[in-house]
Design a protein around this ligand. Sequence first.
Ligand code: AMP
Ligand code: MG
Length: 388
Amino acid sequence: MPDTTRRPFRGCSRVQLHPSRVEVFSNCSVISRVGRVAARLRSWACLFFLALGLCILMVSSRPVAAKASAQHFQYSLPRMGTIFRIEMYAGSDVEASRAAEAAFSRAEELEQIMSDYRADSELMRLMRDGAAAPVPVSSDLYSVLAKSLWTSKLSRGAFDVSIGPLVDLWRSARKAGRLPDAGEIAKAKALVDYRNIELDPVQHTVFLKRAGMKLDLGAIGKGYAADQMLAVLQSQGIQRALVVAGGEVVTGEPPPGSSGWKVRIDTADSDAGVAPCTLLLTGHAVSTSGDEHQFLEVNGHRYSHIINPRTGWALEGRSSTTVIARDSTTADALATAFSTMSVSDGIRVAQSLPGVSALWVRRVGGEWKRYASRGFPASCHGLSERSQ
Ligand code: AMP
Ligand code: MG
């Protein structure tokens, strides 16, 4: 009888090296005595399963390697009068800080364009020259103004980027701690009308049809900056990221091993002991507008920093409006727009837009009420489908 243990056939020899596979080797040897064809088939099978095992090992080890290499990084800087924050998962410190630096310098660039505090900003130049003749503007300023006009049309003027004169008036009123008088309101309101802003999509120019108009990007600029910063991070190869610009939050892909970024939203009823809720976001943005931080209180009445362009009056009473959208520019603009619209009009508009949902928190007759449009995560509004 030939010594088959000395002549392992091709394909099984390596298995022999592994103590636990000795049995496999001996089986192969036995088969080799029965017939060469069958043995060859088995040897190919052995090879195939070996390769398959190796592949499975490699594939299953890849996410583990990716998880191990993705570290969490966090950066923050003051921008646009508030704090901007970036969270991301990256392979190294160098990669993360290079991406964060690029994103923050994009925010700086946008501040230089959209600021109404810097005398040399592009927005200020537009306001100086834009009533004399159409002024060519950067694609950033053009995009923000185009989105503003889109929001104005959608909200039938509840959102108005030409609100500047009224914002100035109410800002002074907040500082002085007194209400503006009716004459002052009427004078400022006369300059507020988004229909007097003319955009030329071919020439990329803006024309302000009334002298003295003042544009205010406070309700949309931070959302736009957040979107742009996320886009910079993504262009640098960082996909798992979140950007916070003041109250605006936009998310890219989720943290490793998670289905989303946990984003806590603060609603106006939190003072009444209602616990803040947490959204799980991926590839979406959320914005909350309300009178939480900036308001004027006179004779027990509270006036918000958000103004109704139709009346010229700041919104009264406690409220907050939270909007989820696919991008932060939309969420920011709509949260302000929905704040000045009736809840039913807001729900109608929200439900007409793909990817948009909203939560309204209002104080009605001394009681806190919540209203939500279709699609807003039920975990956050606690309403049944019928009461939405
Ligand atoms: P937000 O916190 O995003 O709701 O934006 C509020 C800011 O937007 C205010 O501080 C004003 O600068 C500006 N604003 C106030 N009322 C309006 C309005 N009706 N439409 C557009 N912008 C507004
Ligand atoms: Mg806003």
